[in-house]
Design a protein around this ligand. Structure first.
Ligand SMILES: Cc1cc2nc3c(=O)[nH]c(=O)nc-3n(C[C@H](O)[C@H](O)[C@H](O)COP(=O)(O)O)c2cc1C
Length: 212
């Protein structure tokens, strides 16, 4: 391997992936499995993300068989029902539709971390989650680059202990993001409406508008 600095030839393709990595909940080909090698390739890319100390705490639990998918989907639905109740019955239709067909998703990828975040230290918590969530996001992007849609979900964590018991996850492993994944079908993914950088970026001192 050379030490020479490498630069992608064009940023266009990368920027397009970054701009359009939207949640894909409905436009999924439920009948097309996502190949194990493709998932492993994407995990290989994801683990190029930054890692802290201890290094490489990431673990990936990929559910493709009906029974574990059903078990996790059941817990996810319970969590969504509780959320709906708390909001007076209101959840987004697409969120409900994802929940309804969660166990039909070709794969559910649960991104886990060895260890537990410190209960009362912000630096240690940031370090812990900062060592796992970039990999989860890279995984979603790598999947997206291969035509595989996903949704960034956390709802099942309301039942993290039950999920651990169902799936054999040890006590000292923290579950984080659950990515339900499948090849997209007729999904048109567009950039989201977001506030412009000038409105959310300060230079040199908090709160100073960029031009002052
Ligand atoms: C921390 C976090 C947790 C989320 N949890 C869920 C979830 O459990 N279920 C779900 O359907 N979407 C979940 N989402 C996805 C958001 O609902 C999604 O980003 C939102 O629908 C906006 O769509 P977009 O990402 O395509 O802009 C979560 C997003 C974030 C950032």
């Amino acid at each position: 391997m050379s030490d020479e600095e490498t630069q992608p030839e064009s940023t266009e393709a990368i920027d397009e992936i970054l701009r359009t990595a939207r949640s894909v909940r409905r436009r999924i080909d439920f009948d097309r499995p996502v190949e194990r090698e493709v998932i492993e390739e994407c995990i290989g890319i994801a683990t190029q993300a930054p890692t802290g100390i201890p290094a490489e705490i990431w673990r990936f639990l990929v559910l493709t068989e009906p029974e574990p998918k059903r078990a996790l989907a059941g817990l996810y639905r319970q969590a969504l029902s509780a959320l709906a109740e708390a909001r007076g019955g209101e959840v987004k239709t697409s969120q409900q539709q994802l929940a309804d067909r969660l166990d039909e998703m070709p794969a559910l990828i649960l991104v886990c971390a060895e260890g537990r975040p410190a209960p009362d230290s912000i630096p240690l918590q940031v370090s812990f989650y900062g060592s796992i969530l970039p990999a989860a996001w890279s995984l979603m992007l790598a999947l997206r680059a291969r035509g595989i849609g996903a949704t960034w979900t956390t709802l099942h964590l309301l039942h993290e202990r039950e999920a651990a018991a169902q799936l054999g996850i040890p006590e000292n492993v923290t579950q984080t993001i659950l990515l339900p994944v499948g090849y997209t079908r007729n999904a048109v993914l567009r950039p989201a409406e977001r506030r412009p950088p000038g409105d959310i970026t300060y230079w040199n001192r908090w709160g100073h508008p960029k031009n002052s």
